[in-house]
Design a protein around this ligand. Structure first.
Ligand code: ZN
Length: 136
């Protein structure tokens, strides 16, 4: 597959309101977008660092995978997302190479991206997301 850069790093937080001041007041970044992704039962806050984003994720329901993650491991780094050229092809290639997929086909993520997750069992326990900006 052809990866251009790390698109974003996802961080699970208990509360966006509590977490955002560290990024803004200490790191000097600016939160440029807060978006609810109903599909994934999360509210997200984005910061730009070069061409990579930091995505803070707060659960909006106890059934959210973020709520379950925090319950098990506490808040912290949740996933890493790579920008790929052809997400369908990249998923097919990963599957052919024996990677277990969480998403067999891309779905809609925050910021209008097409996203798909690879299973941590196949990625040295780092939840890995592939994403493609089809609007570009
Ligand atoms: Zn993500």
């Amino acid at each position: 597959m052809e990866i251009s850069h790390i698109e974003h790093i996802g961080i699970a937080v208990e509360s966006l309101e509590q977490a955002i001041p560290f990024y803004e007041k200490v790191l000097g970044l600016k939160c440029y977008s807060i978006e609810e992704v109903a599909d994934q039962k999360v509210k997200t806050a984005f910061f730009m660092v070069g061409q990579t984003k930091i995505e803070l994720l707060e659960a909006t329901s106890p059934e959210s995978s973020i709520a379950k993650f925090i319950e098990k491991k506490g808040p912290g780094m949740h996933h890493m997302a790579f920008a790929v050229k052809n997400i369908e092809g990249a998923l097919k290639e990963a599957e052919e190479k024996g990677v277990k997929l969480i998403d067999a086909a891309p779905r809609g993520g925050a910021e209008g991206l097409s996203i798909a997750f690879l299973h941590p069992k196949s990625t040295n326990s780092v939840l890995t997301e592939l994403c493609e900006d089809k609007n570009k």
